[in-house]
Write a protein that binds this ligand. Sequence first.
Ligand SMILES: [Cu+2]
Length: 427
Amino acid sequence: MVAPPQVNFRLFEFQNEPNSGQGAQLWYHDHTEDFTGRNVYMGLAGFYVLEDELDARYQLEGKLPTGLAGDSTRAPTAWHDIPLVIQDRRFDANGQLNYDAVFDQSGVFGDTILVNGVVQPFFQVDRGQYRFRILNGSNVRVYLLTLSNPQARNTRLTFTQIGTDGGLLPKPVVRDSIELAPAERVEVVVDFSGVASMQSVILENHGDEQADGGRTAQIMRFDVVDRPAPPRITIPDPLRTVRDYFNPSGTGRDFLDLRVGLSSRPKPVTRAFEFDRGGGEFSINGQHFAGPCQLHGEPERFDAIVVEGTDEIWEVSNSSGGWYHPVHIHDNEWQVLDRNGQPPAPWEVGWKETFFLRQDTVRVLAHFETERDPKFPEFRGTYVFHCHVMEHEDHMMMSQFSVVEHQGDRPPPTPTDNCPPSTGTGG
Ligand SMILES: [Cu+2]
């Protein structure tokens, strides 16, 4: 059975400010410079759910499936909110992970799929609706997820996507398949009511990178059993609105209005970052990562000084298309303004911090909060952004930006070669 009985359940407390607290499914992992890929491959990663008031209320009112797997106050049969961390690994003849044996700086693929650390996972479900919080925790593999019932002529089931990296979407989106790049997350509701009991539904992978003779084509199995399901839910539509930054005490307005309102706001700072591979090396704007200069003997790399309280538009692109790059920016949640000049797909309009680039150009918008309580300087500091193919990141496809205090009308400082204290690189 997939993880729930084996999950280590821990409680973390976050200081969420009223009205701004935003739920999300998040993961944390080792970020050691040059060794992130190896360390995550060997297991230094975890997943957690940060729940906000809106989501909690939906669950309380029976509008979203409830019962987080691992919650010891409920019977396991009541768990209908299931985190699924998908990773691919390769094992040696002794059943041990051997990263060095399969190391490739373009990215380390495995030929065996694990879900929540379990090989050949399966999970018993009733004929009700389940919420799955799915993370692609793989080093490089991109999944194309579908749901299929082989005992009913491979009938496809749909996903109703309700969330993304940064929590609930503005509106639920029904999808037949979902492409998920490393570090991306989706939340979906799956309805098993149309499946006969004693049949199984397979979560399949149709991604075509290193398919390994079909070994990575099946991710996990859901066995439908005859037991009572919870009352049926109707997913709210719309699901959420976002806070209006100009009227924080207001009730919020429709998600996309933040983009419409852009013209009436101070002009955002725009920056462009090209993720490229040249001469076999991974780079951003043609340059490599350089961390704290005490370690590197060369100037520390900073590409942006962000002034708190302002909006930023970053254009991230991969024009060569020779490799794909899921670009991950630490510290903040962003909205996709456009992808290759077109409006984002309905599943990409939520808050996100990982943006998948094949041969794409994506523009994203974020607002950087003003520090409200100097005792908790959680917004200011130095953060990294990088490709989340971990071997690309380890091969220097990474840079840094700093978030600094707003100093009235004085112009913001420019990136320097100084060694500022490095803080706040979590996320
Ligand atoms: Cu990359």
